[in-house]
Design a protein around this ligand. Structure first.
Ligand code: HEC
Length: 150
């Protein structure tokens, strides 16, 4: 089946090109590290409960879930956390420029996947945030992303 094989090869090479471009722009970004704009930022989660270490399966701040009453606070905390840690790669207001996944495409059932990605990162350009974001901050950021998802 030459056609599907070809199209998937094209897909892979476009993806690689994107990663190469990203690596280039990251090179520039790390040159700017001295200015402090891409250094992982601690996030002040005051006003939100400490969600502890045991991984939750779902965003607890989403309407209908356990801490839905704190939705607005979570969006505010998440907006700061997103701006300081994610926007540089995933775009302002989570609008991806195309080189990184558009986080607005994540669905509710991707919650577990989202948490693992942010904690562990990947070998293809997604850093691990284990050392500077706790679970409260990570779900607050998710809540912010959901708030800007059309
Ligand atoms: C240095 C650039 C960079 C930063 C900073 C960054 N990411 Fe990523 N992220 C990536 C790249 C590149 C991928 C794709 C990785 C892959 O496919 O292996 C990715 C993938 C993801 C994914 C998986 C999405 C999917 O559909 O596969 C999630 C979730 C994610 N990032 C969330 C975040 C959050 C939340 C933050 C901020 C706390 C963040 N990222 C910060 C580069 C970054």
């Amino acid at each position: 089946m030459p056609l599907p094989a070809l199209s998937s090869a094209v897909h892979v090479s476009r993806r690689l090109a994107g990663v190469a471009l990203l690596a280039l722009s990251l090179g520039t970004a790390s040159a700017a590290l001295g200015h402090g704009d891409v250094t992982p930022q601690e996030v002040d989660t005051k006003g939100l409960p400490d969600l502890g270490e045991a991984p939750l399966m779902e965003n607890p701040f989403r309407p209908g879930n356990q801490h839905a009453d704190l939705y607005d606070e979570a969006v505010a905390v998440g907006e700061r956390g997103y701006a300081g840690n994610c926007a540089v790669c995933h775009g302002i207001q989570a609008m991806s420029g195309g080189l990184t996944p558009d986080l607005r495409n994540l669905e509710e059932w991707d919650d577990e996947f989202y948490l693992q990605r942010v904690i562990n990162g990947t070998e293809r350009g997604m850093p691990s945030f284990k050392s500077n974001l706790d679970q409260t901050a990570i779900w607050a950021i998710k809540t912010y992303i959901e708030s800007v998802t059309p």
